[in-house]
Design a binder for this molecule. Sequence first.
Ligand SMILES: Cc1ncc(COP(=O)(O)O)c(C=O)c1O
Length: 372
Amino acid sequence: MSNSNTITVTSPLLPDLEEFNQLLEMIWGSKWITNNGSFHNRLESALCEYLKVPYISLFTNGTLPLLTALQALRITGEVITTPYSFVATTHSIWWNNCKPVFVDIDPVTGNIDPDKIEAAITPKTSAIMPVHVYGQPCDTKRIQEIADKYGLKVIYDAAHAFGVEVDGESILKAGDLSTLSFHATKVFNTIEGGAMVMHDAEMKKRIDYLKNFGFAGETEVVGPGINSKMDEVRSAYGLLNLQQVDAAIDARHHVAIQYREALRGVPGITFFEDMPGVRHNYSYFPIFVSEKEYGMSRDDLYFKMKEKGVLGRRYFYPLISSFSTYRGLPSASPANLPQAHKIADSVICLPIHHGLFQKDVDLVIKCITNNH
Ligand SMILES: Cc1ncc(COP(=O)(O)O)c(C=O)c1O
């Protein structure tokens, strides 16, 4: 949110209230408010078209499709993953009684380093769960080659990767399953919400059963399902937001261009450039602060920005592997994750969203460049 006092890291994309009211009246009129309603089904079709994917299943948030993906593929034992993500990624592995095995990241992308995956594979490994962090595409080809070689499943946490394409193809088609988050902070939001993307109708049917308690009809339960059905109100909200998401991504892109122009050449500040052939969604704008070259620590800059009303976020710090739940795991040792620690200790995500004013962007830039 952007008001006279603070500039927040993001701001929810909200549909026009009058248009939303019209859809609410239709929902009230139909008295069908959840369980495969018409807005739910329309949103699934519209998302398949927008995202260029064959099948999608809506969820109530972005955590439950992760849990359900592991269930659906009957993953057991060890799951290789990245420590540089939001904690829900690793929690989903833990909730499935599997052991997360952390692998270090590639500092060029922030994503799991494919070169380090093979060394982490044991006879107990059954899956890899990479994250397209900040919407930066993972090296899906290399990861698939490794998965095929060892007979592993791949579940992508694509919570940040809405609309991201590589050479005109959706990144969501990679791996066995991909999951999305439609949380209020995301590029496309349904307030709370999420989805799973799959390759075939059989898997879609299975996931649809699992997100509805395992029900396959009125009297049959085919698995230990959960309740994660998206309701009509949020589906209608999503349909309206989908119409304006391209404009929101363009607005974010415009901010990213300005940040890059202003910060390129500032000693000790680095950031990601666009990747060739990739349609980015500009969901985040992380910068990395080298204290030695910049002359100020990441935290000092972060708090200095805060004093001026610029609320960046230290995403993702601390690393998931540093939280008490996970730090006892052998793979959580800092010696195993040097690049992830380096990036987590230097990152600040700058404000980026559709509602930033030019003066906001200028102030963010000033906070960083004025120390020089
Ligand atoms: C990488 C990642 N995975 C999973 C999630 C969980 O999504 P949700 O908050 O919709 O449950 C998030 C959410 O913020 C995320 O950033």
